[in-house]
Structure formats: structure tokens, C-alpha cells
Design a protein around this ligand. Sequence first.
Ligand code: HEC
Length: 144
Amino acid sequence: MKPIYVFFTALAFGASAFAHGNATGAVLERMEGMKSIQAAMKLLGKQAGTNDAFDFSAVNAAATDIMHHANEIPAVFAEKDLSMPTEAKAEIWEEMDAFNKLAAALESAAQIAANAQNADELKSAMGAIGETCKACHSQYRIKN
Ligand code: HEC
């Protein structure tokens, strides 16, 4: 497996291994947003692996979904809520500008994926998207 797939497989496993059924309010809302982003990434990952059946409109829809959720990150993280079972670090609310910049970087990277014309272009766009997930999680998420 290429490193990019190992990374996304690890993310997928991480989400299923830890249930967050008792999250509420702002914490639940931002976790749901992240889960939608992850679901869209899975769909993109499948498309990145198929040169023959590349489906531009499916790719465009999934990448647009990521853009939409990335755009909402500043709003869903606006309230400082560290209720359990959050994995958010308190530093987010001390470094809101830097945090929101990473959200904007995700949105731009997803915009490039939305315009990918084939699996290779999508693969490289996904690499750039993955860098933004990693950068933000390593700084602002307890478990990454
Ligand atoms: C701007 C920062 C930022 C970016 C960019 C980001 N994340 Fe997150 N992500 C977080 C934070 C913070 C949490 C922890 C939220 C919490 O537990 O309250 C999180 C949590 C998650 C979770 C766990 C959700 C749950 O149910 O607990 C998944 C899955 C996830 N992110 C996937 C992704 C993927 C995939 C990407 C890239 C496509 C991404 N994230 C990009 C900040 C970010």
C-alpha cells in the first residue's frame, strides 16, 4: 500500500474504534463535521484508485462536501467547549487564527480535488488534502 492509503485507512480505523455516542452540543457538531469529511475522503480514495471508471461528478460532489465542512470549521469551533469525550486541545482557542488557517488550507486543497479530471490528478490533490488533516490533528487533536 502507498503511504497515502495507509494514512486514510488509519483514520478510518480510528473513527470506528472509538465510539462517540455520548458527545453533545458543539462537540458533537464538530465531530459530525469531521466524520462527514472522512466519509467524503473515503469516496475520493476509491475514485483515486480507478482510472477506468473515474466519475467526475461523484468526485466533484465529495470534494465540494469537504469544502463545505472545512468552511464551517471556524463556526463549529467558535465556542470553547472541552466537554468529554472531546479530542480537541485547548490550544485551538489560544491560536484561533492559526487553526482557522489550517481549515482554509483544507478548503483550498479540496477545491483542487473538485476539479480533478482523472485518478492521478485526484491522487495528488488528496495528498495535499491529507497534509492539512495531519497538520491540524498533530497540533490541535489529542489523538492523531
Ligand atoms: C483545522 C483543523 C482540522 C483539519 C484541517 C482537519 N481536522 Fe479532523 N479534527 C480536528 C479536531 C480539533 C478534531 C477533534 C474534535 C473533537 O473531538 O472535539 C478532529 C477530529 C476528527 C475526527 C474524529 C471525529 C470523531 O467522531 O471524534 C476525524 C475522523 C477527522 N477529524 C478527520 C479529518 C480528516 C479526514 C481531515 C482532512 C480531510 C481532517 N479531519 C481535517 C481538526 C481538524
